[in-house]
Design a protein around this ligand. Structure first.
Ligand SMILES: Nc1ncnc2c1ncn2[C@@H]1O[C@H](COP(=O)(O)OP(=O)(O)OP(=O)(O)O)[C@@H](O)[C@H]1O
Ligand SMILES: [Mg+2]
Length: 356
């Protein structure tokens, strides 16, 4: 299930996740037999407020961050797969006769889109993909339509191209998460088969929730909660700038009171947020339980966060590492990767589009 505004999605390419707090780039290659090799990755911070609500506000700041990340990556590859935040994409499934030609499908998609997209069609980019045979209807296929405002796409493309990249694919962040999750599923009993799994990506300002049942997405939701709250508290307590607080958070060096008085309470509220997400999910869907929680995003790097979440929710909880069974290129530092892996899930899913 892919959302592809540009059709030349042929490899090679790098996965570039432009998110609130940072640009994250992942480069994969094939190591044969359907397995991947992590050639390299890089993370470069984006100044506060340059991206708000998923929109690029400071174009130059963002493209500078992309430029730096690409330099740190140390690759020659300039073709990139980007993602739109799912909040700026409208998706809908429809049924179509299974013997339609491509052009007839396009006509039907446009007619359908006209009905549910709240903007003039000329301001919108639409793409669609046949997912497969329609359940209970042998003569029809299920088609996924995705639409996004052109300006949202153009902003991202501009930031990447100003940084010297060439945009080959525009995906959706939730789809990229699902692609990368297929690698994480190996960490679960029976590869996640027949299980209900809640992926909780906790970034700087948002908690992105995506529940999969039998490895298919059945539910998504966002809650305003993220690591920026912890950063702010560090700033306030210890009189640091944002940059200093971010560094301290990752590298340590804060007074002893930090763990018990600042970090622990934050992880408590994080666990409460996850419990709330669980509650929302079970009370608003046909599912009455979740078998596993997979934590991702920068906040999943906090020490013992999985233990606390599991304690609070009583659901088996793991931290996502999509690279666990990959071979590593010489540019990758294994120790640092163990810390960064959970925040690279989307970039990894995007990079997977560059490998046959
Ligand atoms: N090692 C670490 N320890 C603690 N916190 C960390 C660590 N690494 C990153 N973070 C925090 O995680 C957050 C960034 O996570 P991530 O990169 O997933 O966010 P994002 O994708 O930019 O944001 P969003 O998903 O909200 O748009 C920041 O608040 C950062 O301080
Ligand atoms: Mg994120």
């Amino acid at each position: 299930m892919k959302f592809d505004f540009f059709n030349e999605s042929t490899p090679p390419l790098i996965g570039v996740d432009i998110s609130t707090s940072a640009v994250k780039i992942v480069e994969l290659s094939s190591s044969g037999k359907g397995s991947y090799r992590l050639e390299g990755y890089a993370i470069s911070p984006i100044p506060k407020d340059a991206i708000t609500d998923g929109n690029i506000v400071g174009l130059e700041q963002v493209s500078d961050a992309i430029k730096l990340a690409w330099k740190l990556l140390g690759s020659r590859e300039k073709r990139a797969a980007l993602a739109l935040p799912s909040a700026s994409v409208i998706t809908k499934k429809m049924l179509m006769a299974n013997d339609l030609r491509e052009t007839d499908m396009e006509t039907q998609v446009e007619a359908e889109a006209n009905q549910y997209i709240p903007f003039p069609l000329e301001e919108v980019n639409i793409d669609f993909q046949v997912i497969g045979a329609a359940p209970n209807s042998p003569d029809e296929v299920e088609v996924l339509i995705a639409a996004a405002r052109k300006e949202k796409i153009e902003d991202r493309v501009a930031a990447a191209e100003d940084a010297g990249l060439k945009v080959a694919v525009m995906d959706v962040d939730t789809y990229a998460t699902e692609a990368a999750y297929s690698l994480v599923a190996n960490q679960l009993p029976n590869g996640g088969k027949d299980q209900t799994v809640m992926i909780v990506d906790i970034g700087a300002v948002m908690m992105h929730i995506n529940v999969l049942h039998d490895n298919n997405s059945v539910y998504t939701r966002e809650q305003a909660f993220g690591g920026a709250q912890l950063t702010q508290e560090i700033q306030r307590r210890f009189g640091l700038s944002v940059e200093e607080a971010e560094i301290a958070k990752r590298k340590g060096g804060l007074p002893d009171s930090y763990e018990s008085e600042v970090m622990q309470p934050f992880v408590q509220s994080l666990s409460t947020e996850v419990a709330r997400a669980l509650q929302f999910f079970t009370s608003s869907t046909q599912y009455n339980r979740v078998d596993h929680i997979v934590l991702a995003g920068g906040c999943a790097a906090i020490k013992a966060v999985d233990v606390m979440v599991q304690d609070r929710t009583q659901v088996n909880t793991i931290v996502a590492n999509a690279f666990q069974s990959m071979s590593l290129g010489s540019r990758v530092k294994q120790n640092q990767l163990a810390i960064d892996a959970p925040s690279l899930l989307i970039a990894c899913g995007l990079a997977m589009r560059g490998v046959d």
